[in-house]
Design a protein around this ligand. Structure first.
Ligand SMILES: C[S@@+](CC[C@H](N)C(=O)[O-])C[C@H]1O[C@@H](n2cnc3c(N)ncnc32)[C@H](O)[C@@H]1O
Length: 275
């Protein structure tokens, strides 16, 4: 598969290949909850060709297919593509880099990306690719996690890392995790990629992630994540213990009778390609 040959992409690719078989059981109960918001904001209709970029196990494709649209899923992880094909056998999934889509110009009515954009080394390039493969009048919709001040679950992990991690460890440099989290900046970036700035829809949605134990979130990040997992893997055992305790305390604040309900907020963003 053709990928952008840089250190962050290689790091991310190795990471997603490593955790692909854990993704569905660990993360999908939170990421899938945003799909109805994404589909609704992007106005997906029956009969539309839809490209599901960074599709992972294929949930967005499956959801738009239920509406009568014609999805194709693309992911740079061969394992993710295999899992998606097994989970949703009636849908086409293929390998490909979001930053260099193996897709003809102007061939889709919608390009959707649920929690994929900020896992890429060059998110702007992926937006430009989405623009290229959209027909005129088409829409690009994506989700990203909201910043910690708006996202209680994200804040738990962020605060624990800021307080206890050594941030000077060597890591492949990736994009800012909150590159698109400010509405105005986001609009300007999308405009630069060719989208109609006036068309940008930027909403914030909140869901509850029900987890069984206070250590679930730490273990999810350590064992089934990629970027944060890379940072955690480079910490001393004392620092790692302190991060784990801080995350457990944070999750503990959201205890309910049969587990923990972590509030998680994300932005749903949609931009149109002018006619
Ligand atoms: C957080 S998961 C999101 C999965 C899925 N879209 C969902 O709704 O849960 C991120 C996905 O992005 C994929 N990915 C990361 N970098 C990519 C790239 N450069 N090109 C294509 N896929 C990529 C990973 O393999 C992974 O499946």
């Amino acid at each position: 598969m053709k990928t952008i040959p840089n250190e962050f992409t290689r790091f991310a690719h190795d990471g997603w290949q490593r955790v692909a078989d854990k993704y569905d059981s660990v993360w999908s109960r939170v990421t899938r909850q945003f799909i109805p918001y994404l589909i609704d904001a992007a106005g997906v209709l029956a009969g539309m060709p839809v490209l599901d970029v960074a599709c992972g196990p294929g949930y967005v494709s499956a959801a738009v297919k239920k509406l009568g649209a014609n999805p194709t899923g693309i992911d740079f992880s061969k394992k993710m593509v295999e899992i998606a094909t097994k989970m949703f056998p009636g849908i086409t999934f293929r390998e490909g880099d979001a930053q260099e889509l193996p897709v003809r110009d102007a061939s889709y009515d919608r390009v959707l990306m649920n929690f994929g954009l900020l896992h890429l080394s060059q998110p702007e390039r992926a937006c430009a690719e989405a623009f290229r493969v959209l027909r005129s009048g088409g829409k690009f919709g994506f989700t990203i996690w909201a910043e910690p001040h708006e996202n209680p679950g994200g804040k738990i992990v962020n605060d624990a890392i800021e307080a206890h991690a050594d941030l000077n460890v060597e890591m492949p440099e990736g994009p800012s995790k909150f590159l698109y989290a400010d509405k105005e900046k986001c609009r300007k970036i999308l405009e630069r990629d060719g989208f109609d700035g006036k068309s940008v829809v930027f909403e914030t949605d909140l869901v509850e992630w029900n987890v069984p134990t206070p250590y679930y979130l730490f273990e999810a990040e350590r064992d089934a994540g990629v970027r944060t997992a890379g940072l955690l893997a480079r910490q001393s055992s004392d620092r790692l213990d302190a991060i784990r305790r801080a995350i457990e305390d944070g999750v503990g604040r959201y205890a309910k009778r049969d587990g923990f309900a972590i509030p998680m907020a994300a932005h749903v963003i949609v931009a149109s390609k002018c006619m």
